[in-house]
Design a protein. Structure first.
Length: 150
């Protein structure tokens, strides 16, 4: 598991920190908050419809989400798209069933800046108490962590 221990930027969230709040509009236009998922293990996933590696990652996440969603696992997807139609088309085409919000503006968006997102896909694993415990886990690494946490 890749932990945050090596991160030194003072403003950047570190391993063991409480996950900073995210409050953004969903596909339906209602506001979703990351903090509403407290009590679940959450993968905070930053992505965009125009990002090829993100789209490949979505296919893997669909399998993992299907396997663990009923055991207390949730994914909170944050799109850095500027075009809502492209974002919604990607959600449909990739068969994404987890919570999705959009923060238009790409890497200059408010949430991307607050979370220091400079490349995507980037993900953070958050435990049931809302603390950051790992970053950029995928595939077997993510499944191993989920088995330990759920």
């Amino acid at each position: 598991m890749f932990l945050f221990k090596g991160f030194q930027t003072s403003a950047q969230a570190k391993y063991g920190d409480q996950a900073p709040e995210i409050s953004l509009p969903s596909v339906n236009g209602d506001t979703l908050r990351l903090s509403e998922l407290k009590g679940k293990v959450v993968l905070l996933d930053f992505w965009a419809s125009w990002c090829g590696p993100c789209r490949v990652s979505n296919k893997e996440l669909v399998k993992i989400y299907t396997k663990y969603k009923d055991k207390g696992f949730e994914i909170f997807g944050v799109s850095l798209d500027d075009n809502k139609k492209d974002w919604m088309r990607a959600i449909k085409n990739d068969r994404i069933k987890w919570q999705q919000v959009m923060d238009a503006g790409g890497f200059a968006s408010t949430v991307a800046q607050r979370w220091f997102i400079y490349a995507i896909p980037t993900s953070f694993l958050i435990d049931k108490s809302g603390k950051l415990i790992a970053m950029d886990l995928s595939g077997k690494g993510l499944e191993k962590a989920l088995k330990e946490l759920l």
